[in-house]
Design a protein around this ligand. Sequence first.
Ligand SMILES: [Zn+2]
Length: 485
Amino acid sequence: MSREAQGTIILSGHITREDKRSGDYRNLSFEVSPGIVRFDVQYDYTRTRFCESKAGHENVLDIGIFSPGAFDNQHVFRGWSGGARSEFFIGLDDATPGYLSGPLTAGIWTIVLGLYRIGDTGCDYTVTVMFTVGDEVFVLEETARDRIPDGVSGGSVWFVGDLQSHTHHSDAEASVEEIAAVARRRGLDFLAVTDHNTVSHHPELERFSSGDLLLLPGMEVTTYYGHANIWGLRDWVDFRYRESKEIPRVIQAAHAQDALISINHPHTDCSWEYGWVDGFDAIEVWQGLWNADNLAAVQWWDELLSEGKRIVGVGGSDRHQPRHYDPHFPHQVGTPATRVRASRLSTDAILTGIRAGHVTIAAEPGGPWISLRVIRGDGVRADIGDELTVYAGEELTVDCSIQGANNNTLELVSAGEVIEYRTVTSDNWHTQFSLHVNRTTYLRAQLHTGSEEAARERDSYPLFRALTNPIYIEILLSDDRMKDA
Ligand SMILES: [Zn+2]
């Protein structure tokens, strides 16, 4: 193989506040001629003064690249690094994490600058592309992306995992191999790797999965106005949206691949500004360590559930894994953990469990986990995520057990209101409530460290330790129950 440098292209320009108002992206085209085996891209821009926010400098430009073809065609996506890197390369068989190696099709390529933040005086940018030519023959191999493990069987019905994490394929430091090792140490059965706006980590997921750990393909659709996770996708999904009316296209793109899509951390400093859009499967109601933002997310979830929508609540650590694992750091992969009831440990089975709402969340992989069940007078019962049809006013039994939560307070929530409080009195605790329901509603449970008295007064900030998804109670007329039976 021979390689030689073959010239450089410099693309430069100026971006104003006005540009940002009319669009979030600037496309820069350049030509790749036949025979190119690699190119390296570097970029720089005027930062101006430092901004008093997590966003860093007043100007922030993201970057990514597309190969020739229809611009919205997912097959031409070749990588995205957001603001995490100042340079990247793409070669025939290797690329910077976040980017896809493979043939460097001759023709017009497009570098996309994401105008995340533009200050008053605007922003000058320079993008340098350096080409390498060679005679390397590219052999098209089947990618592992289409062979995500599907069939690793597990001995348990509930699998413990984490639905949001990041590697060096976007803005974290750890490789897929390193984050998989951390997930194993944390005792997880599955981990969704959801790097921002890219799928370049997918080919590695099978390699670092094993009988005891499933790495689930994911992508965090990261727009400037809100983030959403897609789980189980095969192909990249476009993220370049800015208005609520465009969001159904993202949902369709996910569902067209039988993937699930979830609104992430709706009330953080990267909050969800699009409002509710029908079609989302889930909401991340618990991100990282418990805090007031999560409480606000749970309240929004309750509002939507009270309107009759059936949306699954999930947790995600959103851990941006460093290279080295510090066992004493409080916010780890699996903080919080999400437990999914599934027939086996496979991507399809986990997604099926989430879709069905067979999901509970706990602060740590070790729990505490809440078991919840509603039982009708005739013995018919519904578990977390299921629906129970009942007569108006019929007596129901709510059965609940929790391990490892002595002195915590359990709350039973229906239509956004706490309808029962109980102090947990042992580490192996079981209780039953009797309940009469007169309208179609839902029941879910949550557990926190506040005292029952404080909880009743709501005079202190409760530190949640666990919560369940709802059991849906559907009021039916007697005739319907006959048909039902
Ligand atoms: Zn996010």
